[in-house]
Design a protein around this ligand. Structure first.
Ligand code: GLU
Length: 305
């Protein structure tokens, strides 16, 4: 990340309440929090509770409690996406109104031949409820400079196709909600796991279609297990322990490429975070998309990697 950060810096952590926070999410939350503090900025938490079929009852409150146990507390009231339907509807109406978006009745099986990539509607059964998609013009290529991963290029028409904004089942797509909310909250810096690197070009296209600013993006390495599986998808996704946060906090610090010795003396979360703020250097963040990780002292994630 360049040092010429527009001020004021506003970052966020935006978990989906699909389960307990695991070590990989803690690394993303701590990394985002440290970057915000490093730039004397604001750090927000947003609950992305827009997909009830995937949600686990109570998970959002549990995730917030876990973050609090690690001293990671939103600087402003937590925004819940489930309260933001009117804002998404307004954005969708604008995109439909100016022809940037269209109704689509293609099913998954209709798109099987093109690997799920939508270019033209092949189904026109008016009895099916439509999805709404963003039209991606032929030849659309997005290039952006990620703060850690360098230049990212995606040929969005061929690699992704027309982007779903509202699903046929009526639920808002993550891509629309995240763009509307990052803009509404004035987010200047999106810091998150590298599993979302490939979503970023879609979000940039949507920002352009809606006339919204594009924040700076920095994608932290995804913590994977020995088989290269994302931790959250593997059997090894051990939730972090709210009752004994210090070992996992120290391990997350180390996973962010920071020197373990800097937190050696810390006996509480508060003192660990104070030392972390003082010693954190963004140029030490690992410039990789994924990494296996085992802490060297007091290995709190043994068995998880
Ligand atoms: N809610 C998304 C997730 O938990 C993250 C969204 C984001 O950081 O842009 O995977």
């Amino acid at each position: 990340m360049s040092d010429s950060v527009p001020s004021p810096y506003r970052g966020r952590f935006a978990p989906s309440p699909t389960g307990r926070l695991h070590f990989g999410s803690l690394v993303a939350a701590l990394g985002g929090w440290l970057l915000a503090r490093h730039h004397a900025g604001t750090w927000l938490v947003r609950v992305e509770d827009l997909d009830p079929p995937r949600e686990v009852p109570g998970a959002a409150q549990q995730q917030l409690a876990t973050l609090a146990a690690f001293g990671l507390v939103s600087d402003e009231p937590v925004v819940w996406q489930s309260t933001r339907h009117a804002a998404y509807a307004d954005a969708l109406a604008r995109l439909l109104g100016d022809g940037s978006a269209f109704e689509c009745r293609c099913s998954r099986s209709n798109l099987a031949a093109s690997g799920g990539i939508h270019r033209d509607c092949v189904a026109h059964d008016r009895t099916r409820p439509p999805a709404v998609r963003l039209r991606v013009a032929d030849g659309t290529r997005v290039v952006f400079a990620d703060g850690l991963q360098g230049e990212v290029v995606q040929q969005v028409d061929r690699e992704v196709g027309d982007v779903v904004l509202r699903r046929a089942d009526g639920f808002w797509a993550y891509q629309l909600a995240v763009v509307v909310d990052d803009a509404a909250q004035g987010i200047t810096h999106v810091v998150r796991g590298a599993d979302l690197l490939d979503s970023t070009p879609r979000q940039i296209l949507l920002q352009r279609a809606l006339g919204l600013p594009t924040p700076a993006y920095l994608h932290l390495p995804l913590i994977v297990d020995g088989e290269g599986q994302k931790l959250s998808k593997s059997m090894a996704a051990l939730p972090v322990d709210d009752d004994a946060p210090l070992p996992a906090l120290k391990a997350a610090w180390q996973a962010l490429g920071q020197p373990p010795a800097a937190l050696d003396g810390a006996r509480t979360v508060a003192t660990a975070l104070q030392s972390a703020m003082r010693e954190f250097r963004p140029d030490r963040l690992p410039k990789v998309r994924s990494m296996t990780f085992a802490a060297t002292h007091n290995n709190p994630v043994a068995g998880a990697v």
